[in-house]
Design a protein around this ligand. Sequence first.
Ligand SMILES: Cc1cc2nc3c(=O)[nH]c(=O)nc-3n(C[C@H](O)[C@H](O)[C@H](O)COP(=O)(O)OP(=O)(O)OC[C@H]3O[C@@H](n4cnc5c(N)ncnc54)[C@H](O)[C@@H]3O)c2cc1C
Length: 376
Amino acid sequence: MDFGDSHEEREFRLRLREWLVHNNPGLPASSTSDEYWAGQAAWHQALYQAGFFGLSWPVEVGGQGLPSVYDVILDEELATAGTPPRPSMGYLVQGMLRHASDDVQRRFLPGLVSGQERWCQGFSEPDAGSDLASLRTRAVLEGGEYVITGHKVWTSYSDAADWCLVLARTDPDVAKHRGLSAFIVPMDQPGIEQRPLPMINGITREFGEVLFDGARVPAENMIGSPGEGWALAMTIVSHEREPGELGFVARYKKLVHELVELAREDPSRYGNEQLRDLGWAMIEAEMLRLHVYRRLSDRLDGISHGSEGSVDKLLMTAAEQAVGHAGLAIGGGARPDGDDTWLRVYLYSRAQSVMGGTSQIQRNLIATRLLELPTS
Ligand SMILES: Cc1cc2nc3c(=O)[nH]c(=O)nc-3n(C[C@H](O)[C@H](O)[C@H](O)COP(=O)(O)OP(=O)(O)OC[C@H]3O[C@@H](n4cnc5c(N)ncnc54)[C@H](O)[C@@H]3O)c2cc1C
């Protein structure tokens, strides 16, 4: 397979590279500080306005209808320039494209794609993470509105969100998967309280818990039909698990490259184990890169994926955690100048095996759905 750029791709890459020279926001390149999250909205909007975001999404919803390879070029150039990656909202877009009515898509997708309206995803609850279908948040129809009561947790971007895609129980009398519906809920209303949750790496702005106490949402903000919430959630999480959606591959490669440079500055500082960790991170990052190219190639051939997203997610987790581990081994906990960026990279990498479905759950899915092994 030829991995080189076509003429059009090269032209796009050079145009983007030039734009980045003048428009690098100077934010941390990864989620290691609050500054990174505070600058996300402006970064998203700047990319979009310059024509560098939503590249592979349909034109009707604000995208550019280009092949997915343009997203990969974008990811590579952002990583090379040391900017934050493209904001990872693709899974919400994919979920809406598949399940929302034309009216809902027309109303909500342009703001989501352009970054003018901020979104969060309210699925997990204190007693419903891996076993999402047992969630207890309820939505009850009153006139033309649903009234929502419940407690969501680990809701990324909830502090800045205008809208929350909430999964709630609308029918308690059917099998638990069947009684769920999905809503686009306005966050700015009296029935919603958002409480930030500080993370171990010092970030306070990335996510929070969201309490719904009689929050209201117009019935027309339901995505799909009553009871379609589970199908929508599965579409979203399967896309959330694809590394290609997240644009992290190029970032891992860049981080590994920085660690190699660091090790080269003074090789005598590092023992065999540290260098082995670095070598392993290089291998994991490269394996993931080639895997994503394969996925991309499938996509260009019109092959779409479902449960295979679990394989992607496991490989991505292995790469992120190998890079985090090497960061700690080579970059150290805190450098003499007080810079503890590598420690923060390491700490954030621990979350990768939990967010978007834990590694144990991915293995269960691979066993039952892909390998068709018996469940008992
Ligand atoms: C950084 C980050 C961002 C997140 N963002 C969001 C967000 O925006 N929106 C949202 O809704 N959620 C979000 N989450 C939540 C995430 O989806 C859940 O944390 C995850 O699904 C696990 O659920 P839990 O934390 O309740 O753990 P639990 O489900 O309680 O799991 C605890 C442990 O038991 C294991 N386990 C549970 N069931 C099984 C089983 N059947 N077989 C084998 N092992 C099992 C798990 O693997 C895990 O090790 C985020 C999480 C993180 C870390």
